[in-house]
Design a protein around this ligand. Structure first.
Ligand code: ZN
Ligand code: MN
Length: 488
């Protein structure tokens, strides 16, 4: 991982996460919210910033933001304001973004993150509501603005409701950041207020990273890292940045506060702008909107409508299914995974731990190789439950079940069909097994004699011979019993 001495440095990470809300219409106008489509087809005078057009806030977006805030344990402000954040960039038609400044809608929550290091809370400073910008497409060069010939603007995204979630600097490693983002994504996904797809940009993560020597009170220079497009790139970017800062400190360099861009291909961050060029956004209250004061009744009704949180779900999985922290963590990493597991556990009549073991020990291996998520598998939860039931009934052995699972994974067929096709059915017919057992005893007289004279350790060898002769199809428990009976 790292080659600098990790024990002499402390890493501090705070995250800023933007989430596009899945409302039907935009934040301040009636234009439809959707991904992609022909450029500039979902625009109007309001989201194009035409003079004289007036914004009207989207009630659903405010409700969704309060949902996120409440799910993260925040307080809903009794009085909050929209501000104008002024800066010039071609993808922003008004030359200011309507955002929130010193009076956000939600503040002061926490998220519990779980990892190999245990669990610990990460504070949520604030959750506020703003509008998204349009999209610049840079033509020519490498697709980045610096070396392009010209840029095109698509304002379909401009004005999409955007929630910004700011964490306290409570995160201490790339792995904790991964756990935090995973938890946050699962929480928001469960609320049904956003697609939270990092690849499509409906969830975007920026990180503030600083490194200091252990024992030093002041934080190191804060570096903001941008352009991380997946959870994997969050880990890569943070590990790289942490290492870069440690090496610089090792070499006696002085780190500066700056914004750095993460390059997906090289896995390296590079400087975008330093403090001297930091923006002065000249925030002032949005004069076209009144302060926002949600009634206690509205807040309470949203609170009552919240679905089970990932934390509650984890506690319930541990209690109801008797699962350990690791299994629970894996199964609740997303709502879809949790739902898939619960469907399988519900269809199975025995101990759900058996189903969990087949998911984690075997199915995940196949999924990883194929680059699929649990819920994208051709195997349905009911089919997995049927497979485990077939093992219980003695129709197939655990070993054969692995082959059956593989077949189910490839074809999506029911386990019975795969068993019949591959001829994997376990033989539990006593007469048939007995014939093989007799043959094996006759062929291995010496070993059989040892068992007869009380050396039971040798019985395993004979079981193995019977299994071999039956091509693995004999029910091992029956073989064992028959051998014991015949050689006692
Ligand atoms: Zn519009
Ligand atoms: Mn923002």
């Amino acid at each position: 991982m790292t080659d600098t001495q990790t024990d002499i440095y402390t890493t501090t990470v705070g995250l800023e996460i933007h989430v596009e809300l899945a409302t039907a219409s935009k934040m301040f106008c009636g234009c439809r919210v959707a991904f992609g489509g022909d450029p500039n087809t979902r625009t109007c005078p309001v989201c194009l910033g035409m003079p004289g057009s007036l914004p009207v806030p989207n009630e659903k977006a405010i409700e969704f933001t309060m949902k996120i805030g409440l799910a993260l344990g925040c307080t809903i402000a009794e009085h909050s304001l929209f501000h104008r954040k002024n800066y010039f960039y071609p993808d922003m038609p008004k030359n200011y973004q309507i955002s929130q400044y010193d009076s956000p809608l939600c503040y002061g929550g926490a998220v519990e993150v779980v990892g190999d290091w245990g669990t610990h809370p990460v504070g949520i400073t604030r959750v506020h509501l703003e509008e998204d910008t349009g999209k610049s497409i840079h033509i020519g060069g490498g697709g980045r603005i610096a070396d392009s010939d010209y840029s095109l603007e698509d304002f379909n995204r401009a004005g999409t409701p955007l929630v910004e979630i700011v964490s306290e600097p409570d995160i201490r490693s790339a792995d904790e950041a991964r756990a935090f983002v995973t938890e946050l994504r699962a929480t928001i996904e469960a609320l049904g207020v956003s697609d939270v797809r990092m690849e499509e940009g409906s969830m975007r993560v920026d990180a503030n990273v600083s490194v200091r020597r252990k024992g030093e009170k002041e934080y190191g220079a804060k570096v903001e890292v941008k352009n991380m497009n997946s959870i994997r790139s969050v880990i890569r970017a943070l590990e790289h940045e942490e290492e870069r800062q440690r090496k610089a400190l090792d070499a006696g360099e002085i780190l500066i506060q700056e914004t750095r861009h993460f390059d997906e291909k090289s896995g390296v961050t590079s400087s975008m702008r330093t403090k001297e060029y930091a923006f002065d956004y000249r925030y002032f209250p949005e004069p076209d909107m009144v302060p926002f004061e949600p009634s206690a009744g509205w807040v309470d009704s949203i609170k009552d409508s919240l679905p089970e949180s990932p934390t509650t779900r984890r506690e319930r999985f541990a209690r109801e299914y008797g699962l350990g922290v690791k299994d629970v963590g894996v199964l609740t990493s997303s709502l879809k995974a949790a739902q898939w597991f619960e469907a399988a556990a519900g269809a199975y009549e025995g101990d759900a731990k058996k189903v969990v073991n087949w998911i984690i020990a075997d199915l995940f291996g196949l999924l990883n190789e194929a680059g699929l998520e649990l819920w994208e598998s051709k195997i349905s939860p009911v089919q997995l439950a049927a497979l485990v039931t077939l093992i219980d009934s003695g129709k197939i052995s655990g070993k054969q079940a692995k082959l059956v699972l593989q077949g189910m994974f490839e074809s999506g067929d029911d386990p019975e069909k795969v068993i019949a096709e591959k001829g994997l059915e376990q033989v539990s017919d006593e007469g048939a097994i007995e014939a093989v057992v007799d043959d094996v005893i006759a062929e291995n007289a010496e070993a059989a004699g040892k068992v007869r004279s009380g050396n039971l350790g040798t019985i395993g060898f004979l079981v193995g011979q019977v299994m071999k002769k039956s091509k693995g199809k004999a029910n091992p428990q029956m073989v064992n019993e028959l051998l014991r009976r015949k050689l006692s």
